[in-house]
Design a protein around this ligand. Structure first.
Ligand SMILES: [Zn+2]
Length: 280
């Protein structure tokens, strides 16, 4: 009976004993009892087996969870990697497009025979620039027209074989300007891409580049936060530039270039009869 009561106590203590929660004195009491009691020994062994089994199950569950978790992490890693690869591809594509355009533009800018027509609009103001260029000679006119039609201003720049003439017409008034200080106004073909690969690459991180159509031409449009620049795929030159001015009207400039069509006879010396000389 006494034995049996001690067994009950020991068996109650065993779980704590296994977990090493019992104190030294209790341990001694349990261990002494176990030496003499096969039944309690058996109970202990069974408890230990159970714990190991459970621990094994727990481990398996944890392993399963970790596997699932690391699979998820792996998928995330691949997605992130894919996004980085896509982003790099996009930036490289933009860079190559702009660099290729700049090479084409460089080629076309070197021609010394071209006709340029440029329309610049902002609000009710329109400026039309026409420029004939051949072998360093040029005739350029800039006409400003405003909505009311009264304010019409025209500038003419003529430069042929070192003879320079600059004229200003404003309404009824006509002036000959000092050509030494006012000439040099020939119009060069415009592009909006840098000629350095790295500069284009830097730009490629902050701007968008898309295929588009503009003024009937296939082009790329470069979009920044405050501008849209349409560049001819064939020539690398500007077709249209839109500057978005906050609080003002957008400024839109349309460009047209035609190469190798300018004749000497297109660069006509302007008639200065009726123009007054002004000192500038
Ligand atoms: Zn016992």
């Amino acid at each position: 009976m006494r034995e049996n009561k001690e067994c009950k106590i020991v068996q109650d203590l065993l779980p704590n004993y296994i977990e090493k929660l019992t104190n030294e004195e209790t341990n001694q009491f349990i261990e002494e009892h176990l030496k003499e009691c096969d039944e309690c020994k058996k109970v202990l062994e069974n408890m230990q087996k159970d714990i190991q089994l459970n621990a094994g199950k727990q481990d398996k569950r944890e392993v399963k969870y970790m596997k699932k978790y690391s699979n998820k992490m792996r998928v995330l890693k691949y997605i992130l990697l894919a996004l980085i690869v896509i982003y790099i591809a996009v930036v490289l594509r933009r860079t190559f497009i702009m660099f290729t355009l700049s090479e084409k533009a460089e080629e076309n800018k070197s021609y010394d025979n071209y006709y340029a027509k440029i329309y610049s609009y902002q609000g009710d103001s329109l400026i039309i620039t026409e420029s004939y260029n051949k072998g360093g000679n040029y005739l350029t006119t800039m006409t400003r027209i405003t909505d009311d039609g009264n304010q019409k201003t025209k500038l003419t720049f003529y430069n042929k074989d070192n003879e320079k003439i600059a004229l200003l017409e404003s309404g009824e008034e006509k002036y000959i300007l000092n050509s030494e200080t006012t000439t040099g106004w020939n119009v060069s073909p415009v592009t909006y891409v840098a000629d350095s690969f790295l500069t284009n690459m830097e730009l490629a991180f902050i701007i968008g580049v898309d295929s588009d159509y503009c003024n009937g031409k296939e082009c790329y449009v470069i979009k920044g936060s405050s501008y849209e620049r349409y560049i001819d795929k064939e020539t690398g030159l500007a077709i249209r530039n839109i500057d978005k001015n906050i609080g003002q009207n957008d400024r839109i400039v349309d460009y047209e270039y035609t190469f190798n069509i300018v004749e000497d006879s297109d660069i006509v010396k302007p008639d200065t009869v009726g123009y007054d000389n002004v000192e500038t």
